[in-house]
Design a protein around this ligand. Structure first.
Ligand SMILES: [Fe+2]
Ligand SMILES: [Fe+2]
Length: 175
C-alpha cells in the first residue's frame, strides 16, 4: 500500500495518533520479554524431560507455548496500529539446573518479575493517557494473577512432596 502511494507521489499518512513512540517501545519490550519466557520454559522443559520428569516437562512445554501467545498480543496490537513489531534477539536461558526444586523456584521468581513489568506497562500507559494500551496492560496483569498463583502452588506442593518423600505422585499429578 505504501509503495503504491509513493509511486503516485502521495506522502504516506502520518503516524497513527493512537500510538506514541513510547508505547511502541513498551510493546516491543513486552514482546521480547514474553518470547524470553517462552525460551526459558522450553529450556526447563528439555532439562526436565531428560531427567525423567516427563509429565512436568510436558506442562512446561505448554507454558512455553502460552508465553508465545502473550507475545503475539503485543504484536497484533502494533500491527493494528500500522507498526512493524521488532523480532528481538534473545539472551540464552539457563540450560542446566541442579534439581526440580530450582526450576520451580526460578519459575516463581520469573513470574514475579514479569508481573512487575506488566504493572509498569499499566502505570506508564496512564502517564501517556493511552487508555487502549492500559487495556492491553490490564490483560497482561490479569494473566499474571493466574500465573503467580499456579507457580506459587507448584512450589508449595513440591516442598511438601519432598518433605514427605512423595515426589513421584507430585510428578504424576503436575498440571
Ligand atoms: Fe506471559
Ligand atoms: Fe508467564
Amino acid at each position: 500500500m505504501s509503495f503504491e502511494l509513493k509511486s503516485k507521489n502521495i506522502t504516506s499518512p502520518k503516524r497513527n495518533v493512537l500510538l506514541s513512540q513510547k508505547a511502541e517501545e513498551l510493546l516491543n519490550f513486552r514482546i521480547e520479554q514474553e518470547e524470553y519466557s517462552s525460551w526459558l520454559y522450553l529450556a526447563m522443559s528439555n532439562w526436565l524431560n531428560n531427567e525423567g520428569y516427563v509429565n512436568i516437562s510436558n506442562a512446561y512445554k505448554k507454558y512455553s507455548d502460552e508465553e508465545r501467545v502473550h507475545a503475539q498480543w503485543s504484536r497484533d496490537y502494533l500491527l493494528a496500529m500500522g507498526i512493524t513489531p521488532v523480532t528481538p534477539t534473545l539472551k540464552q536461558p539457563k540450560n542446566n539446573y541442579q534439581n526440580l526444586g530450582e526450576i520451580l523456584r526460578l519459575t516463581y521468581e520469573h513470574e514475579n518479575l514479569v508481573t512487575t513489568q506488566c504493572n509498569t506497562l499499566c502505570s506508564e500507559s496512564l502517564k501517556l493517557n493511552d487508555l487502549l494500551l492500559f487495556n492491553l496492560g490490564q490483560k497482561y496483569l490479569s494473566e499474571q494473577i493466574e500465573e503467580i498463583e499456579r507457580t506459587r502452588t507448584n512450589l508449595d506442593r513440591y516442598i511438601i512432596a519432598e518433605k514427605e518423600g512423595n515426589l513421584f505422585t507430585f510428578e504424576q499429578s503436575f498440571e
